[in-house]
Design a protein. Structure first.
Length: 756
């Protein structure tokens, strides 16, 4: 019954769309120099779908009136700067968001030379190919549930993790712990509810999509400004609150309720505040759920401009999550657990722009994480009790200045970890039938990691951009010092073509939750990878970009447990809670390589879209084991997103994703029947594969404007044709046979926002 109703609701806006609104609003904002932070006077701003436009004033501000409500693109140009197109600007009758636009110095437009307006300027930053998505692209992405991490799954470098119920980033075969997450430049341990200790993912994001200005994602060879990670950088930039008027919003979705508020703080500041709370636990009986998650989060930002050359921002993110399951006497439910996780991040940043054109940025960041989990099997055996506290204080500062065609950035900082780990484990048996003795760990692990870097971006007169840098990281607890040289080249070929190449060394210390399990883990080496990339780009039109990239990654000093010396920890899967790993050794190795194709069309006219395809292969081994297939080795992946705006109050979009089946280890049926739970064949590790994964997501967004408020609604029909995707296989004690675990079936996700 649910499926026909969902389809009816999804198609309803097509019937109701009617004529376009004739209401108008105001588009306003400010233009800044990207490097110096100075306001830019005399910029030319032109709406691409109308004759309306404006010029920025002495303070860099602009205001365009009588703009038709809906979604617009804005072309921004100034002599001596790159011409930029800002897409997906939403105009409403009352409170359109103020737009902050940064222009980068560039070639001058002279004579008959025509400079193409840049929809993809992020591709030129740091040499390595990167992508950037704005707030509207994050919010409206079908199947993502307005989760920025899930949106990135459309990128060919990103594979799905263990199943579609988590937003883990698996980049070029790497483990989810290998990704750096930052918000406004502040490092964040995790941006998801129900995160596992040491991981960087979970089922639901703690970030409210409407608070995000944009996200920049760099897979692979990121530059020397970023460290202690191996695979990627996801850099989220939060927007600042409105400094013109007070605004508020209430909203409700199938997952919970929330609020948002923003407005000015005096003449030189603004605030942005929002919170959410789930209510599924109140509907357990109505929805026929065995249990329901309980989660809440808070996002806040305060921005000040004490002087024309200073920017001060205070950022606050917090979340609380709990999941309780009782499976007593129910063998097929598997386990009993009570998991509680609390995360918070508070950050202060100050950016000062000097008269000589240089800038100095200083950030102080405090991350707090609390984990508390009890676990046992359905028959109350193999119990464990785990609690941990991890507090990380980071201080970092960087200075940047342009000398002619060269931009130099120098930075340094330190990160102090204060953690406590308290774990009691009964003796237990691994899923491969290996007995593990009981363990008792109570340890304080305190350490300092210091770092410094130098980064150069140099532009030649022949269309060549060189990015080169050196980074050094030192950890006093492990006693490791890692030098990491990196280089990237970008050669523009004519107007529409470019070739890119990059190579570098990357290092990352093992997570504290692993290190704390044995004092001798001080001797563990940093995980390391050498990686290179070579690619081509073609821009057949202003809003189009096609790219083809090949990569190769070579891992060394990968960790493995002495208790399971054949299994690299990097090949253990997506979930990284506490395990009785005991003594951890280094010396494992891995390799990954592949090809990635990406075609993007930014919103122009009434359509947008993305198509991606990737082929890849990854393998791992320890010194005592054989080469094993990596857990995320899906080989082939393809995704397509198509969007259409038939009117200024309706938007329709779809996403189709297909990938090869995830590697899996066959179940040993005899051992499983004896043990009364799943036992896998250790001699055939990851030799089998699950069926091909595929699903279709459909989404509709529509807006209604009334005298006192705006109503924004959406429906996201996930897995629209109800594909039974297999996420794992397990031994059914009740049926005495191997059965398949199915992921999310057809599921409508919708919501309503009231803006006033």
């Amino acid at each position: 019954m649910l499926k026909p109703i969902a389809w009816l609701v999804l198609l309803l806006p097509l019937v109701l769309q009617g004529a376009e609104y004739e209401l108008t609003g105001v588009l306003q904002g400010q233009v800044l120099d990207k490097e110096s932070g100075e306001t830019l006077e005399g910029c030319n701003l032109q709406l691409l779908d109308s004759r309306l436009g404006a010029a920025s004033d002495l303070d860099g501000r602009f205001r365009i009136e009588a703009v038709k409500v809906g979604v617009h693109n804005l072309r921004v140009s100034r002599l001596g700067y790159e011409t930029r197109v800002v897409t997906d600007l939403v105009v409403t009758p009352r409170h359109s968001d103020e737009v902050v636009i940064e222009l980068a110095p560039g070639a001058m437009e002279l004579g008959e030379i025509v400079v193409r307006p840049d929809y993809f300027s992020v591709r030129d930053e740091g040499g390595a190919p990167a992508v950037r998505y704005n707030r509207e692209e994050i919010r409206r992405a079908p199947g993502s549930a307005e989760d920025v991490s899930r949106l990135l799954h459309v990128h060919p470098a990103v594979a799905m993790g263990q199943d579609d119920q988590r937003n883990d980033l698996v980049v070029r075969g790497g483990n989810p712990i290998e990704n750096l997450l930052t918000v406004d430049g502040h490092p964040v341990q995790n941006l998801s509810h129900f995160s596992n200790q040491g991981s960087t993912g979970g089922p639901v994001s703690i970030l409210q999509a409407d608070f995000i200005d944009d996200v920049r994602f760099v897979p692979g060879s990121f530059d020397s400004r970023f460290g202690n990670r191996l695979s990627s950088v996801m850099d989220v930039r939060m927007r600042r609150g409105s400094d013109g008027c007070m605004r508020g919003e209430l909203y409700s979705s199938m997952a919970g309720i929330g609020f948002q508020a923003e407005g000015p703080l005096g003449k030189k500041g603004s605030f942005l505040l929002g919170g959410r709370r789930s209510y599924l636990e109140l509907m357990v009986d109505q929805l026929n759920l065995a249990n329901a998650p309980v989660m809440a989060d808070l996002n806040g930002k305060v921005s000040f401009h004490p002087g024309p050359r200073d920017r001060v921002d205070v950022l606050l993110l917090g979340s609380s999550s709990r999941m309780l399951q009782s499976a007593v006497d129910d063998a097929d439910q598997g386990v009993n657990f009570d998991t509680r996780v609390k995360n918070s991040m508070s950050g202060l940043s100050w950016r000062h722009f000097r008269k000589d054109g240089s800038s100095l940025t200083t950030r102080v960041t405090l991350n707090n994480q609390l984990f508390d989990e009890t676990f046992s099997w359905y028959d109350s055996t193999e119990r464990s009790d785990h609690s941990a506290r991890e507090n990380t204080l980071t201080l970092q500062s960087e200075w940047s200045r342009r000398f002619g065609a060269s931009l130099w950035t120098i930075g340094a900082g330190a990160e102090r970890l204060d953690s406590h780990h308290d774990v009691t484990l009964e003796s237990w048996t691994t899923v491969f039938g290996e007995p593990i003795p009981p363990a008792r760990v109570e340890l304080d692990l305190d350490k300092v990691r210091s770092f410094g870097f130098l980064n150069l971006v140099h532009e030649t007169g022949f269309g060549l951009q060189l990015t080169a840098g050196m980074r050094v990281d030192h950890d006093d607890w492990f006693g490791t010092t890692d030098l990491q040289p990196r280089v990237a080249l970008r050669q523009q070929l004519f107007r529409d073509w470019a070739i890119t190449g990059s190579a570098g060394e990357y290092a990352q210390t093992i997570p504290a939750g692993w290190a704390a399990q044995d004092e001798r883990n001080r001797n563990a080496e940093s995980m390391k990878v050498r990686q290179g990339q070579l690619g081509f780009e073609w821009r057949p039109a202003d809003a189009w970009l096609l790219s083809l990239d090949g990569f190769h990654r070579s891992y060394r000093d990968m960790p493995y447990s002495r208790q399971q010396p054949w299994l690299p920890l990097a090949a253990a899967g997506s979930y990284f809670g506490y395990r009785d790993l005991g003594l951890i050794l280094s010396g494992g190795e891995g390799r990954a390589y592949g090809l990635e194709f990406l075609a993007q069309k930014k919103l122009s006219g009434k359509t947008y879209g993305t198509f991606s395809y990737a082929w890849s292969l990854n393998r791992y081994r320890t010194p005592l084991g054989e080469w094993e297939t990596g857990p995320f080795d899906r080989r082939h992946m393809a995704t397509v997103i198509l969007g259409w705006l038939p009117s200024n109050r309706l938007e329709l979009s779809m996403k189709y994703a297909i990938s090869g089946g995830a590697p899996t280890t066959p179940i040993n049926e005899t051992a499983s029947a004896i043990a009364g739970r799943s036992r896998y064949d250790i001699a055939r590790f990851n030799e089998d594969r699950l069926p091909v994964y595929h699903r279709l997501d459909l989404r509709a967004d529509w807006r209604f404007h009334f005298r006192t408020l705006d109503l924004v609604t959406f429906l996201d029909l996930q897995n629209a044709y109800n594909q039974k995707n297999v996420t794992s296989r397990y031994w059914s004690v009740e049926d005495q046979q191997v059965k398949e675990q199915i992921g999310w079936e057809v599921m409508p996700v919708g919501g309503v926002r009231l803006e006033f």
